[in-house]
Design a binder for this molecule. Sequence first.
Ligand code: CA
Length: 228
Amino acid sequence: MKKILVLEDETNIRSFVVINLKRAGYDTIEAGTGEEALLQLKNNPDIKVALLDIMLPDMDGFEVCRRIRASNSKIGVIMLTARTQEMDKVTGLMTGADDYVTKPFSPAELTARVDALCRRIGDDSTPETVSFQQPPFVLNTRNRTLEKNGQRIKLTQVEYSIMKLFMENPGKALSREEILDTVWGRDYFGEVKIVDVNIRRLRVKVEDDPQNPIYITTVWGFGYKWDT
Ligand code: CA
């Protein structure tokens, strides 16, 4: 089981994160201060990903990140940021971190980010969970199937790839170009319109009312977003 360090001084947020990571098949190590986190990392060299809160009693999360990076370039780091106005600071100081999640975040969003980072880090011990559960949907990445309310939805390979991209990035606006690059590949020479065509078809399959989509929403002039 992959070990995740959760550094967060607010115990209710920490338990929320820990419960959801455990549910997703991860092992968790908890810390409430920066010093504690650094000590835990020393004692648990097999930690794969560290989730770092920014506002902490002894030092800020960026300092923790810097100290981790001073000796460890392999571990994945996700910052837990509190407010959107911190974003300038976050992006400026993000150099050592791999990703960030803005509070309040949904369990699905958090575990999707951790899953994605674990995959990017690349590891032989793949997590037990091979499915994305975002009610009413379950995407199984082992047999490449999608279920809605327990009912299998038949998808083409391209539709499946789009769904996987969506479910890995819940709540994130994805540009049509990004979807095209990820699903069709960078060397695809067709038009970006192909994305719209497939989205229209996907909506017929996954939405309750394809005319009024609530899961695959349009981000005008940009692309699409997966809302669950
Ligand atoms: Ca805090």
